[in-house]
Write a protein that binds this ligand. Sequence first.
Ligand SMILES: Cc1cc2nc3c(=O)[nH]c(=O)nc-3n(C[C@H](O)[C@H](O)[C@H](O)COP(=O)(O)O)c2cc1C
Length: 274
Amino acid sequence: MCLRNIWMKWRDWQTMTRYEAIFRRRSVRKYKDDAVEEHILEKIRGFGKRALGARPDIRVKWKIYPASDHNVKGMFQVKAPYYAVLYSEVCEDCYLHAGCLMQQLVLYLHTQGIGTCYQGGAQLKRDEEEEGMKRMMILAFGYPAEPLERTRSEFKRAELKKLLKTNVPLGKAQKKLLEAARLAPSALNQQPWRFVATENRIHLFVKRPGMLGYQRQLDRNMFNAGITLSHMLITAEEYWFDLEYRKLDSIMEKAIQNHLYAGSLVIVNGNGRI
Ligand SMILES: Cc1cc2nc3c(=O)[nH]c(=O)nc-3n(C[C@H](O)[C@H](O)[C@H](O)COP(=O)(O)O)c2cc1C
């Protein structure tokens, strides 16, 4: 790479936003052993205090395990120099909130040139009880030894028309929010979410699990839903859309076929700055 290209790439990293990272990030499964700077590790340990969330009132805690601790094991495990573990108090929407928080961390790390991979099948050998909290997810991270990014056309995701039900023409804000939501990563890339758009609203639903391992699957799907929700919240912040995340009693009863209601985005002002 010539010096000009290196400089352009460096400048790009310095200014990338979490919103831009949505359209570029991919899971990284090969890592260098390089140490991540202490100020970034410190930011991870305190992550969430100012992050957007479905339920900012839920207590969470982060822990970082370096690979040298040999504390992470399990199926589909990716070898990485670090693992971030998110614990949360157990209550309604804790998985949704956890997914929403962790994806914001994933996008922040991407803007710092750091790769990540969710570790849904991993376990901790020593799973320390964290003040009555439960482990929500493990995230492998570190400097990448394979491409950190992909182009927009390389994303393998379902088309929006397969994920969306609507009887109204989409507004500008809805289009921007849904495009970011569509690109969200999910376990096994299953994209277990559906969106229903009505006037100034986007309702989020997740796939209803089968009988086998119902609760575990539901928790996982809610975590995935939190990831896609975070993409919409970050998009709203980027474009200055004024919106609220809420659970609406009127929708609560209305399951769409084989799906369960997760929550709604109510767009108060979708003019923003587009
Ligand atoms: C909740 C969750 C659990 C995941 N678990 C694993 C895992 O155990 N091992 C793995 O290699 N990838 C895992 N992934 C990564 C997904 O396979 C990946 O995000 C998806 O295929 C989309 O690819 P992308 O992240 O490159 O866009 C997980 C992703 C999510 C959201």
